[in-house]
Design a protein around this ligand. Sequence first.
Ligand code: SF4
Length: 502
Amino acid sequence: MKNAIVSNINKKSRKFNDSSYYEKEIIGDYFLLPFRFHKINSEKEVLVNEVGDFVMLPIGSAQKIIERKISRTDDEELYFDLISNFFISEESIPTLLTVLEARYRTKKSFLEDFTALHIFVISLRCEHTCHYCQVSRVTEDKEAFDMSRINIEEGIKIMMKSPNNHVTMEFQGGEALLAFENIKYAVRLAKEAALENQKHITFVICTNMAPLTDEMLPFLKEYNIMISTSLDGPDYVHNKNRHRPQQNSYEVTIAGLEKCRKELGEENISALLTTTNLSLQYSHEIVDEYVERKFRNIFLRPISPYGFATHNEKKNKYQTEKFLEFYKTAFERILDHNRKGYFIREDYATVILKKILTPFPVGYVDLQSPAGMINNVIVFNYDGKIYASDEARMLAEMKDFTFQLGILGESSYNDIFYGHKAMEIAETWTNEALAGCSDCAFQQYCGADPVLNHATQGNMYGYRPASVFCQKNMEIIRYLFELMEDKAIEKIFRSWITGHSE
Ligand code: SF4
């Protein structure tokens, strides 16, 4: 028995054969170019090439192509489709390979400008006590949890060193507006510095609206500051998710929303949804609330496994399957509204659809390879510590400092962005080089998330078969392909990409 195993191993040598061996293997008229495939349902599979172009074909087509059973005479249309989309080639190295190279460079060109988004955690104080809080906020009176002016200045200095000519300064909390005087100081200073450094700067404040006063509005308007708030659905969902002693979070959010829309313009206000266990029961009501409030987009976001969100398992640790069920029922409702003539798009799907249906680069921090952390976003915490992403600082609030890159005022730009820690993270932030992702058909539409891998699986590299990130993305991408078979839905999807209905 033992000898039989040994002789089998000997037969299957892993050495490369001479090139003539491989030429003999080419049975048909064509050579295969790199592509991957995935089953969409019992009838269809999708083939995706290196730059994310796809063809949807009947099940079994990939096998036929690989076995050289497609011919230019019997399958003329498919054959030439495959040639023109770089799935197969009649030459071992296609003459138009440079076109493919250029398209690959374009797809990855979101990396060229480097870090744009600079998050300043201006205060960890908050007057809400949301049970899913991911940043482990502290109560309102603890001014020790505000970012010092020295740290604000140091953060701005780093931001001005970014090679990117368009930077975004985003204020987060806790509740950012509780530190409004510091926000004013930071915005004025950053605006001056941006002028000096010839940079275009955009300001964003993330707020639950509760501390918003009429006196703040002229300043927000003067500096064209965008507002990002939280809206979890109708009052009976929002107020249960987002606690205030007065139990009126929904009411203050809506009042603030209307005020900001009037003063700052609709286009400058956006809202984010967090999906809790309670939300799962109200997919239609949540979508309808966004429509009623005249939003043109909604982001169906699962809860992140960081901060206080990890303390309340019953409320927050539902299975990814349940989130996907919620996602699909809410998504159907969104499509219904579009069918009836109200334009509203789902943000996560729109990012993926842009990757699937356009040749353009899409640098969305949570879904890109190399990952958005450091490359597109950096976080300056209230205490001066610098983190690789927002999730990395949430982890730090749980006393896990794995993704800390440095300290404001002490670490140089090079230490932060190109130091040992950044290099260590870089080893796992490219999905092209991760087991599981490297041969996944959805690689070009997906991303890598070393922080989530570390938080949920204990290491940055991660293990795809048990990854919640993988499970969620693989199913959502498959689902979008399946829906796109319906030409009316594809038309809606295309309108989401362009940003307006036809
Ligand atoms: S995470 Fe999953 S879906 Fe995404 S590229 Fe990797 S294997 Fe594919």
